[in-house]
Structures are given as C-alpha cells and as structure tokens.
Design a protein around this ligand. Sequence first.
Ligand SMILES: C[S@@+](CC[C@H](N)C(=O)[O-])C[C@H]1O[C@@H](n2cnc3c(N)ncnc32)[C@H](O)[C@@H]1O
Length: 383
Amino acid sequence: MRTTEGKGGADVKTAGDAESVAVLLAALDQVEVPERWAHGFHTYPAGIHPDAARLLVGHFASGPVLDPFCGGGTVLVEARAAGFPTYGLDLSPTAVRVARARTATPDEPTLNRTRSIARALTAEARAARDVSPPETVARVLATWYAPHVMVELEVLRRGIVAVTEEPVRVLLEAAFSSILVKTSFRKSDTSAQREVHDRPAGTAAVLFHKKVRELGRRLTSYRDAVPAGTPEARIRIGDAREIPRNVPLSLVLTSPPYPATYDYLPLQHLRRVWLDDDNRGLEREIGARRHWRDGAAAARRQWASDTIDWTASAARAMAPGGRLVVVIGDGLAPAGVVETLGPTRDAAHAAGLGLLASASVYRPDHARGTGRWEHALAFEKPR
Ligand SMILES: C[S@@+](CC[C@H](N)C(=O)[O-])C[C@H]1O[C@@H](n2cnc3c(N)ncnc32)[C@H](O)[C@@H]1O
C-alpha cells in the first residue's frame, strides 16, 4: 500500500496497477454534479457521482454491466449510454422506479402522450376540491401535507395509477415521486424533521407538470446519446446476495450502502404510502444504521458477512476476466469508525477474485471534527 499526499493535502492510499489506480483516484475526485440527462432528476441519497460512473464504466467494462445496489440508477444511466446491456437490482421500490425512469429512452409519441396526460391531470388537480386518499392513508399523511396539497396529489395519483401504458406510467410515477417530499412538511429526503410551510393552491399540480416536462427534455437528450440498438436497461427489485446468473457480466460496478450511515427503509416513508410500495424487502437492507443500535459488534459482523455473501454472488455472475468495482466509504457509527477497505478486499479474495487496484482518499469532516476514508477497489475474476 502506497501512502501519498493528494490534491489539497488530502491523504491518499493506493495499491496495484498504476493505470487502474489513476482511474480509481479520478473517480473518487469528482465533485461537480453535471446536469446531464436524467441524473439530477429525482433525489436519491448517497448516489455515486455520474462522472465517476462514466470513468469506471469506460475503463473497466467490455460487455454487460450490473449494479446490484443500483439506487437511483447512476451507474445504469452511464452503462447504457456507453452502449452496454445494463442490469440493475435494488431492494427498494423507489430506487427501481427512479432508475427505470432515468434510463428510459421513450420515443416521441410516448413522450407526447405522457405530456398530454400530465397536462390534463394538472388541470383536474387544480380544479379539485372534495377528493381525499383512502381514510387510513389520509390519516398517516395528514401530519405531512396541507389539506389542499393532499387533494391535488390524490387526484394526480389516481390518474397515474389508471394509466395502462407502462412506459407512460413509469415516467408519470417518477415525476410524481419526485415532488412528494418537496410538497410535504418533511425537511428533506434524509431528514424526517417536520417544517410547516405555506404552499399556495395549485403549487403541487403545477410542480408535477413542470417535472414531467423536465423529464421529457432530459430523456430526449439521453435518447440521442444512447447508441442505436442498445437494449433497454433491465432493472428489478432484488437482493444483491441473490444475483441472477442469466448473462455473464463483464463488470459489476456498485456503491453498496456505507455501514451505519443510512436507513433506506424509513427514508422512503412518504413515497411508500402514496404509491402503495411493498417495502418489506428493505427490512433486509445491508449495513442499515438501525442495526448498530442493537449492538455495534454484532452489526459489524453481520455487515461483514453480508459483504461476503453479495460479493460471492457477484463473482458467480461474472464472466471469466470480468471485473468487480466497488466504491465504498467507512461508516461513522456511534461507537466509532467501521472500516470497510479490509472486509471488502477479504470478501473479494474469498470469492476468488484478484485485486487489480485500490485507491483510498481521506475526507475530513471539519464541522464535526472527524472524517472518513472513501475507497474505490477493482478486482478481476480469473480467466
Ligand atoms: C448507496 S445506495 C446506492 C446508490 C447508487 N449507487 C446511486 O448512485 O444512486 C445503496 C442502495 O442499496 C440498496 N440496498 C441495501 N441492501 C440491499 C440488498 N441486500 N440488495 C440490494 N439492494 C440493497 C438500498 O436500497 C440503496 O438504494
């Protein structure tokens, strides 16, 4: 392991093949989020950086690409734009919905129908008065929405779920999902703090319409970028520890949950209620912060064992000569730092993969007087 001083005096540790190290370091170095395609369309916590995904796909892929913790689909957007067959898995229905919409390349008639349904629903929502979600749902949501906002959202929701043409419904649902936190009293996706504010009548409906048009513009430019003949991305709800082995993968590129960092399950509470998502799969999420509340040692052991399981599952699905690239940060648990470099490397070795290169960058958190390492590791399956 080499230790050097990186940009701005940051600590950097590297190992392995120099060319791969340079790519991994460049991937860890991305800060500015580009306004490219539908990357920025819908918030999704802890996304990999789009330019990092682009660099890593460009260097390590030569055929089918999978992200088994695909989240909002950043890796998938880039893999498809590079012309590769693209696959995604995630336990979260919100993630799958967002990733499907972001990787879509609808034709012009589909986009036109989507826009025209959105226009009609917006008008209906603005005119509506006595509409309410089913009572059980309304009771839960009453804490989070002003009554007139709830009426508008319910009209939109009813209209969207009635759309039978799937490609159109996928886009409308993603646009609807994208406004559910902004129109609520929830502070943000990652903070469940309640902040009451005034939204004039019609705001939610107009915002929905705006988001549909925005998605249409973003996907039009994406469609122009995806090479002709590239298959649609195949994204479904599933567990990274049980990766299907239908297609030998040239690259598994992923940013798994950082241990003790988020609870993805409660983050999507509002979306689950509105869209009737079955989030039970997320009870099995890897590395969730809540696991650390019941005991740090057991949570750490469970995370390491889950890491072994998903890595072995990825290795089985890879083609000989295929690569696994993992971007992961150390966890900051209440009881201390959860180191991720060693366990990630050990899991890959246990799965029979050889290390090509690794790069780690220290990210100081001056505000909290702490910091954490972030790592990018590349492995190869023997031929
Ligand atoms: C760090 S996020 C991935 C973000 C993604 N790279 C992006 O750019 O949006 C981790 C994801 O892992 C998912 N997840 C957690 N445990 C999982 C499991 N066992 N199988 C599949 N997905 C899982 C969570 O739902 C979350 O979406």
